[in-house]
Design a protein around this ligand. Structure first.
Ligand code: ADP
Ligand code: ZN
Ligand code: MG
Length: 504
């Protein structure tokens, strides 16, 4: 394809995203998927590809893939099977990778992203199951050049779902939004752990298409997409990395064209440290992989399979939850987003909001409790067994037993720092809100002792009221509600002040 001027083209991007499924054991053997162990300990004859060993399919991996399929609105295939993809590389001890080919487990889904307030659908072509290869570590002993390579097969056989999009993305920023949304959904499904190193890896395909070739509705004909020279960028391991790699690669392609060069189909490597892409190899074609059926694994089909798919449920996903919180509890978008930031937070809010006013519950969960937890670098999931203690503390505030200020600055903090229950702390500290009678007595005392301030207030100086409230607070040792004190002060002063003691 010939392009003349830089301004005449737009980037077209499609992704192949590899997601590690969170399972206890590998996809075709019983080896652990545990991280942080010595290299080459989570291995057995199956994942090392020793002769005579046979794979067995991990049901948890299949279930994870079905959940992902349902979350992206895909069709779960009536029949799905496995293939061998043959290639030679040291991270692949069998000499082939077990993957899926013409019968992937999921087809035709979509993920919606929000691009500056506009909804945009990114179609998913397919999602399939496969095994992760091992990992290689290139070692250099100080002279800059690589001296040797170490191989670790702990990762070999970790279940992956590869999600392939249609080339519907049009900018690096859209790629970042897409991957962030995908990651959020995967976490909510409980099939994925973003804290795991390399748990989400993407290859990005990008070509430059002439604006003249884009249809009015924004679509681009298949023929044009197929004939475009596209570059595949490998080794992107985060959504921020994806955005950077694409920004770099698009400007590299535009510059090449501007200087009269040509873009040739090839695979390039994203060098995270240098922030550039470098040529790797010309792209393999499908024939190079000599795909053939993996007959050592079952084909999933038939009545039991239909039944199995039907019985897999997925939870409400973050965006739907956010919208529901926004509407049902009348929260602001910002608060609704905070309360749906993780599954645990949203579940805790729903527990609290059953009993209390939505705004009050939101303030307690999103601001106060999350605030104190974040400050201590604790996840709400880490304190799951204490959620009822938090709920009880909130109930004491709602019931007027203690002030919100004391509940937060004394009780909640001690609960988190010392592990005590709210009741233990309430027993030890004198925090119970002063009763009405006591507050009224203090108010009368303060009026008696601050005649000048009372007179100032009567002349319309509102600062005087703040001062008087402060004086009463001191007498109650902070155990009273300032709004209540304010009300009583006004009531008494407006009814004739200190003279009318019988008012109480
Ligand atoms: P392959 O033959 O390499 O498997 P596919 O058609 O299956 O090609 O697409 C692989 C990936 O490349 C998909 O993510 C797809 O969206 C993307 N892709 C296809 N055509 C283009 C294009 N013209 N520009 C950018 N990405 C593309
Ligand atoms: Zn194994
Ligand atoms: Mg393909």
């Amino acid at each position: 394809m010939v392009q003349n001027k830089e301004g005449d083209v737009i980037p077209v991007i499609g992704l192949e995203v590899h997601v590690q499924l969170e399972t206890d054991t590998k996809i075709f053997c019983g080896c652990s998927t545990k991280e942080g162990v010595e290299p080459n300990v989570n291995v057995c004859p199956v994942c090392l590809g020793l002769p005579g060993s046979l794979p067995t399919l991990n049901e948890a991996a299949v279930r994870g893939a079905v959940k992902i399929g349902k979350a992206i609105g895909a069709d779960i295939s009536k029949e799905t099977s496995f293939h061998r993809k043959n290639y030679f590389y040291p991270d692949l001890p069998k000499g082939f990778q077990i993957t899926q080919y013409d019968e992937p487990i999921c087809t035709e889904g979509e993920i919606e992203i929000n691009v500056e307030g506009n909804r945009k659908r990114i179609r998913i072509e397919r999602a399939h199951l496969e095994e992760d290869p091992g990992s290689l570590q290139h070692v250099s002993e100080g002279r800059g050049k690589e001296d040797y390579v170490l191989v670790d097969y702990n990762r070999a056989g970790i279940p992956l779902v590869e999600i392939v999009t249609e080339p519907d993305l049009r900018a690096p920023k859209e790629v970042r939004l897409f991957l962030a949304k995908l990651e959020e959904d995967l976490e909510f499904l409980g099939v994925f752990n973003s804290n795991r190193d390399g748990s989400l890896r993407a290859d990005a395909n990008v070509s430059l298409i002439r604006i003249a070739d884009v249809n009015e509705d924004g679509t681009i004909d298949k023929k044009i997409l197929q004939s475009a020279e596209r570059i595949e960028i490998k080794n992107i391991s985060s959504y921020k990395g994806a955005e950077k790699a694409l920004v770099y690669e698009i400007s590299r392609q535009k510059n090449t064209i501007m200087h009269g060069g040509e873009i040739k189909q090839e695979t390039r490597h994203w060098d995270e440290n240098r922030g550039i892409t470098t040529p790797m190899r010309s792209k393999e074609t499908e024939g190079d992989y000599r795909y053939f059926t993996e007959f050592d694994l079952p084909i999933l089909s038939g009545e039991w399979w239909d039944e199995y798919i039907k019985n897999i449920d997925i939870p409400e996903l973050p965006e739907a939850k956010r919208n529901r919180f926004y509407e049902e509890y009348m929260l602001t978008e910002e608060v609704a987003a905070k309360l749906t930031s993780t599954k645990d937070v949203s579940e805790f809010y729903e527990l609290v909001v059953e009993e209390f006013d939505p705004d009050f519950a939101a303030r307690w969960v999103a601001d106060i409790i999350l605030g104190e937890l974040n400050y201590r670098d604790i996840d709400i999931g880490d304190v799951e067994s204490r959620l009822d203690e938090f709920r009880r503390l909130i109930a004491y505030v709602a019931g007027g037993k203690i002030t919100e200020k004391n509940a937060r600055s004394i009780v909640l903090r001690r609960m988190l720092d010392e592990g005590s229950s709210p009741e233990e702390i309430l027993d030890q500290e004198e925090l119970e809100v002063s009763d009405d009678k006591e507050v009224r007595d203090f108010v009368l005392e303060v009026i008696e002792e601050n005649k000048d301030a009372v007179a100032d207030y009567e002349r319309g100086e509102s600062n005087a009221m703040n001062y008087l409230v402060g004086q009463v607070m001191v007498k109650t040792k902070g155990n009273a509600n300032p709004a209540f004190i304010n009300q009583i002060l006004k009531e008494i002063i407006e009814n004739g002040g200190g003279e009318k003691k019988e008012l109480q």
